[in-house]
Design a protein around this ligand. Structure first.
Ligand SMILES: Cc1ncc(COP(=O)(O)O)c(C=O)c1O
Length: 357
């Protein structure tokens, strides 16, 4: 059987959740499990994240899947509902909405009695400068006051555009958030994603919303997961299916883009872009064999890659880590000019999946 396998380490996920608890001991944790738990597989991740306080998802379908799997924690729809009719499901599945535009507020108010009777909170999104979703600070206070009058339990929420970096906008976003919060007291608040959980301990407030850190990838360009004391949850691996000895001057793969500078041993590994392994690299790329980095050479094909095993013992069947605990997904992403988030979410259905505890 072709071996391209995604292994999920449940204990690493639990370890990372405990890291969030350690960093934000006074806040409730909304674990972000959107996009199939950042590509890790929702079902097994929910089981490992059982002790979280709540879940965050991007749409109704993702939320309903969580309910159908039997989880009863609060679920926040982080973009709210997309049409009035979705409010029926919100009530049926007891989901919490973000409101980021006025129409959503009207849809919500139309269901205020049942929504409030179910004890659901409403999250009101401030657009503090990211200019993605949310009410401007000039509008949001009226929205919150109106929701309070209608009996809603409100959470003021915002999202950083640059929590992973030192950017002038951070202080502006914080100042706006604090100003609105003060004007709306008493109100619960939430503004921290993974990077902000590390960076702004004073801004943890009532709810933190970790995503990438739960999965053991870094939100920062300059700090790896080991430094952050997080454990990679996913290991993506494949095996060697062919070995070739090539002479100096011979080529490897499509386009013959790799030319051997010396006689060398190369191995063919059963993974390619059809599995979600990226094809194009701006920097040299590596895999790991027995904790040692090994260069990837030539073009990535749909089903195979070639690696240079001249300096390492390798046989048919040798396991190759494409990313995981030694070759970090963030480093593959860096070589591919993207971020770990994207590679994790971009895996295809083809690799087989196994979870261990
Ligand atoms: C509103 C919101 N909160 C929290 C997160 C989690 O972010 P991260 O994965 O960087 O922790 C996201 C992710 O996109 C988000 O959109």
């Amino acid at each position: 059987m072709r071996q391209a396998t995604v292994y999920i380490d449940s204990s690493a996920l639990q370890y990372n959740l405990n890291r969030v608890k350690q960093l934000a001991p006074h806040s409730k944790i909304v674990s972000m499990v959107k996009a199939n738990a950042y590509g890790h597989g929702i079902k097994d991740c929910l089981a490992a994240l059982e002790s979280t306080d709540a879940f965050g998802v991007a749409c109704l379908e993702e939320a309903i899947e969580i309910r159908q799997l039997g989880y009863t924690q609060p679920i926040t729809l982080i973009e709210g509902v997309f049409s009035a009719d979705e409010m029926v499901d919100v009530i049926q599945y007891q989901l919490e909405c973000i409101v980021h535009r006025i129409q959503q507020v009207e849809w919500l108010i139309a269901h205020k009695n049942t929504y409030n009777a179910l004890g659901l909170k409403v999250w009101i999104k401030l657009n503090s400068g990211m200019n993605r979703l949310g009410f401007k600070s000039s509008e949001i206070i009226d929205v919150i006051n109106r929701l309070k009058v209608e009996g809603f339990t409100c959470v003021l929420a915002m999202h950083f555009a640059n929590a992973d970096a030192d950017h002038a906008l951070n202080e502006q976003q914080i100042a706006q958030f604090l100003q609105v919060k003060q004007a709306c007291e008493p109100i619960m608040a939430s503004c921290c994603n993974s990077a902000a959980i590390f960076k702004y301990p004073k801004l943890h407030f009532d709810f933190v919303r970790p995503g990438i850190m739960l999965y053991g990838a870094t939100p920062f360009a300059d700090q790896d997961v080991h430094k952050l004391d997080l454990k990679p949850v996913m290991t993506f691996s494949a095996e060697i299916i062919a070995l070739n000895h090539i002479q100096q001057g011979e080529h490897v793969g499509y386009g013959s883009s790799f030319t051997a500078a010396k006689n060398m041993n190369i191995a063919i590994v059963s993974v390619g872009y059809g599995d979600g392994y990226p094809r194009v690299y701006q920097k040299p790329n590596f895999v790991a064999i027995r904790d040692q980095l090994v260069p990837v050479i030539g073009r990535v094909s749909m089903d195979m890659i070639a690696i240079d095993v001249t300096d390492i013992e390798a046989e048919i069947g040798t396991q190759v880590e494409l990313w995981g605990k030694t070759r970090l997904v963030d480093d593959v992403a860096d070589a591919n000019a993207t971020i770990g988030y994207e590679l994790l979410c971009r895996l295809t259905q083809r690799p087989s999946r196994r979870t261990y505890k």
